[in-house]
Design a protein around this ligand. Structure first.
Ligand code: ADP
Length: 156
Protein backbone atom coordinates (compact mmCIF):
# COMPACT_ATOMS: atom_id res chain seq x y z
CA UNK A 1 0.00 0.00 0.00
CA UNK A 2 1.34 3.43 -0.92
CA UNK A 3 1.64 5.58 2.19
CA UNK A 4 0.44 9.05 1.32
CA UNK A 5 0.36 11.98 3.75
CA UNK A 6 -1.16 15.41 3.35
CA UNK A 7 0.60 18.34 4.97
CA UNK A 8 -2.19 20.92 5.06
CA UNK A 9 -1.67 24.57 5.83
CA UNK A 10 -1.98 28.14 4.65
CA UNK A 11 1.73 28.50 3.87
CA UNK A 12 1.26 32.27 3.87
CA UNK A 13 4.20 32.16 3.28
CA UNK A 14 6.04 28.84 3.57
CA UNK A 15 8.87 29.13 6.14
CA UNK A 16 12.07 27.18 6.83
CA UNK A 17 10.13 25.55 9.71
CA UNK A 18 7.64 24.01 7.24
CA UNK A 19 10.44 22.85 4.95
CA UNK A 20 12.28 21.16 7.81
CA UNK A 21 9.11 19.35 8.84
CA UNK A 22 8.44 18.04 5.33
CA UNK A 23 12.03 16.85 4.88
CA UNK A 24 12.00 15.01 8.20
CA UNK A 25 8.72 13.31 7.29
CA UNK A 26 9.93 11.91 3.96
CA UNK A 27 11.39 8.65 5.35
CA UNK A 28 7.96 7.87 6.83
CA UNK A 29 5.90 8.13 3.64
CA UNK A 30 5.95 7.23 -0.04
CA UNK A 31 4.42 10.56 -0.95
CA UNK A 32 3.80 13.82 0.91
CA UNK A 33 1.30 16.24 -0.58
CA UNK A 34 1.90 19.76 0.68
CA UNK A 35 -1.53 21.29 0.20
CA UNK A 36 -2.88 24.77 0.67
CA UNK A 37 -6.31 24.78 2.28
CA UNK A 38 -8.41 27.64 0.99
CA UNK A 39 -10.72 29.21 3.53
CA UNK A 40 -12.96 31.98 2.18
CA UNK A 41 -13.30 33.51 5.64
CA UNK A 42 -9.55 33.98 6.00
CA UNK A 43 -7.57 36.93 4.68
CA UNK A 44 -4.22 35.97 3.26
CA UNK A 45 -1.21 38.20 2.71
CA UNK A 46 -0.08 36.37 -0.43
CA UNK A 47 -2.23 35.19 -3.32
CA UNK A 48 -2.90 31.49 -3.74
CA UNK A 49 -0.96 31.39 -7.02
CA UNK A 50 2.08 32.91 -5.40
CA UNK A 51 2.00 30.55 -2.44
CA UNK A 52 1.61 27.55 -4.78
CA UNK A 53 4.47 28.78 -6.94
CA UNK A 54 6.77 28.98 -3.91
CA UNK A 55 5.79 25.48 -2.77
CA UNK A 56 6.57 24.08 -6.24
CA UNK A 57 9.91 25.86 -6.35
CA UNK A 58 10.93 24.81 -2.86
CA UNK A 59 10.15 21.13 -3.41
CA UNK A 60 11.04 20.74 -7.07
CA UNK A 61 14.07 18.58 -6.23
CA UNK A 62 12.05 16.27 -3.96
CA UNK A 63 10.49 13.48 -6.02
CA UNK A 64 8.31 12.33 -3.10
CA UNK A 65 6.68 15.74 -2.64
CA UNK A 66 3.66 16.97 -4.55
CA UNK A 67 1.92 20.30 -4.20
CA UNK A 68 -1.84 20.73 -4.12
CA UNK A 69 -4.68 22.90 -2.92
CA UNK A 70 -8.23 22.34 -1.79
CA UNK A 71 -11.39 23.92 -0.51
CA UNK A 72 -13.63 22.29 2.05
CA UNK A 73 -12.56 19.83 4.70
CA UNK A 74 -8.99 18.57 4.92
CA UNK A 75 -10.34 15.10 5.75
CA UNK A 76 -12.35 14.99 2.52
CA UNK A 77 -9.37 16.13 0.48
CA UNK A 78 -7.26 13.38 2.06
CA UNK A 79 -9.89 10.80 1.08
CA UNK A 80 -10.03 12.13 -2.48
CA UNK A 81 -6.30 11.65 -2.97
CA UNK A 82 -6.15 8.38 -1.04
CA UNK A 83 -4.05 9.79 1.79
CA UNK A 84 -4.45 7.97 5.10
CA UNK A 85 -2.24 10.35 7.07
CA UNK A 86 -2.08 14.04 7.88
CA UNK A 87 1.22 15.63 8.83
CA UNK A 88 1.32 18.48 11.32
CA UNK A 89 4.01 20.21 13.32
CA UNK A 90 4.06 20.97 17.03
CA UNK A 91 6.07 23.93 18.24
CA UNK A 92 4.67 24.42 21.72
CA UNK A 93 1.84 23.64 24.11
CA UNK A 94 -0.67 25.90 22.37
CA UNK A 95 -0.04 24.10 19.06
CA UNK A 96 -0.72 20.87 20.95
CA UNK A 97 -4.01 22.06 22.46
CA UNK A 98 -5.28 23.25 19.11
CA UNK A 99 -4.01 20.31 17.08
CA UNK A 100 -5.29 17.67 19.48
CA UNK A 101 -8.94 18.61 18.91
CA UNK A 102 -8.54 18.96 15.15
CA UNK A 103 -6.80 15.60 14.98
CA UNK A 104 -9.58 13.91 16.97
CA UNK A 105 -12.22 15.43 14.68
CA UNK A 106 -10.31 14.43 11.57
CA UNK A 107 -10.07 10.87 12.84
CA UNK A 108 -13.87 10.73 12.92
CA UNK A 109 -14.69 12.77 9.81
CA UNK A 110 -11.86 11.11 7.88
CA UNK A 111 -12.94 7.63 8.99
CA UNK A 112 -9.67 6.61 10.60
CA UNK A 113 -7.49 9.34 9.12
CA UNK A 114 -4.42 9.50 11.38
CA UNK A 115 -2.49 12.68 12.14
CA UNK A 116 1.25 12.24 12.51
CA UNK A 117 2.91 14.98 14.55
CA UNK A 118 6.54 15.95 14.41
CA UNK A 119 7.94 18.16 17.15
CA UNK A 120 9.72 21.11 15.61
CA UNK A 121 13.47 21.36 16.02
CA UNK A 122 14.54 23.98 18.60
CA UNK A 123 16.08 26.08 15.82
CA UNK A 124 12.67 26.46 14.17
CA UNK A 125 10.19 26.40 17.02
CA UNK A 126 9.98 30.21 17.22
CA UNK A 127 9.14 30.58 13.54
CA UNK A 128 5.57 31.02 12.36
CA UNK A 129 4.03 32.41 9.19
CA UNK A 130 2.20 34.91 11.37
CA UNK A 131 5.45 36.38 12.72
CA UNK A 132 6.98 36.37 9.24
CA UNK A 133 3.98 38.29 7.87
CA UNK A 134 4.36 40.88 10.64
CA UNK A 135 8.05 41.34 9.80
CA UNK A 136 7.24 41.74 6.09
CA UNK A 137 4.40 44.17 6.74
CA UNK A 138 6.68 46.19 9.02
CA UNK A 139 9.31 46.44 6.29
CA UNK A 140 11.79 44.13 8.09
CA UNK A 141 14.05 41.49 6.63
CA UNK A 142 12.30 38.12 6.81
CA UNK A 143 14.96 36.22 4.84
CA UNK A 144 16.33 34.27 7.84
CA UNK A 145 12.92 32.59 8.15
CA UNK A 146 12.23 31.94 4.48
CA UNK A 147 13.52 29.30 2.06
CA UNK A 148 15.83 30.82 -0.60
CA UNK A 149 13.19 30.33 -3.27
CA UNK A 150 10.79 32.68 -1.48
CA UNK A 151 11.70 36.19 -2.45
CA UNK A 152 9.47 38.77 -0.97
CA UNK A 153 10.25 42.11 -2.54
CA UNK A 154 7.65 44.37 -1.13
CA UNK A 155 4.14 43.98 0.15
CA UNK A 156 1.55 46.70 -0.14
P1 ADP B 1 -2.41 26.77 9.43
O1 ADP B 1 -3.02 27.93 8.72
O2 ADP B 1 -3.15 25.47 9.26
O3 ADP B 1 -1.99 27.01 10.86
P2 ADP B 1 0.37 26.97 8.73
O4 ADP B 1 0.79 27.15 7.32
O5 ADP B 1 0.58 28.12 9.65
O6 ADP B 1 -1.11 26.51 8.61
O7 ADP B 1 1.07 25.71 9.38
C1 ADP B 1 0.89 24.42 8.87
C2 ADP B 1 1.52 23.40 9.81
O8 ADP B 1 2.91 23.65 9.92
C3 ADP B 1 0.99 23.39 11.24
O9 ADP B 1 0.91 22.05 11.68
C4 ADP B 1 2.05 24.08 12.02
O10 ADP B 1 2.09 23.62 13.36
C5 ADP B 1 3.29 23.65 11.28
N1 ADP B 1 4.37 24.60 11.45
C6 ADP B 1 4.36 25.91 11.20
N2 ADP B 1 5.54 26.49 11.49
C7 ADP B 1 6.33 25.49 11.95
C8 ADP B 1 7.66 25.44 12.47
N3 ADP B 1 8.41 26.54 12.56
N4 ADP B 1 8.16 24.23 12.85
C9 ADP B 1 7.37 23.13 12.76
N5 ADP B 1 6.10 23.11 12.32
C10 ADP B 1 5.58 24.27 11.93
Amino acid sequence: MTKIAVFPGSFDPITVGHVDLVKRSLPLFDKVVVAIGINDQKKYLFKLEERLHWLREVFQEEPKVEVGHFTGLTAHYAQQIDAHYLLRGLRNASDFDYEKTISQLNHIVGEGLETIFLISQPAYSHISSTIVREIIKGGGDARPFLPDQVRVERVV
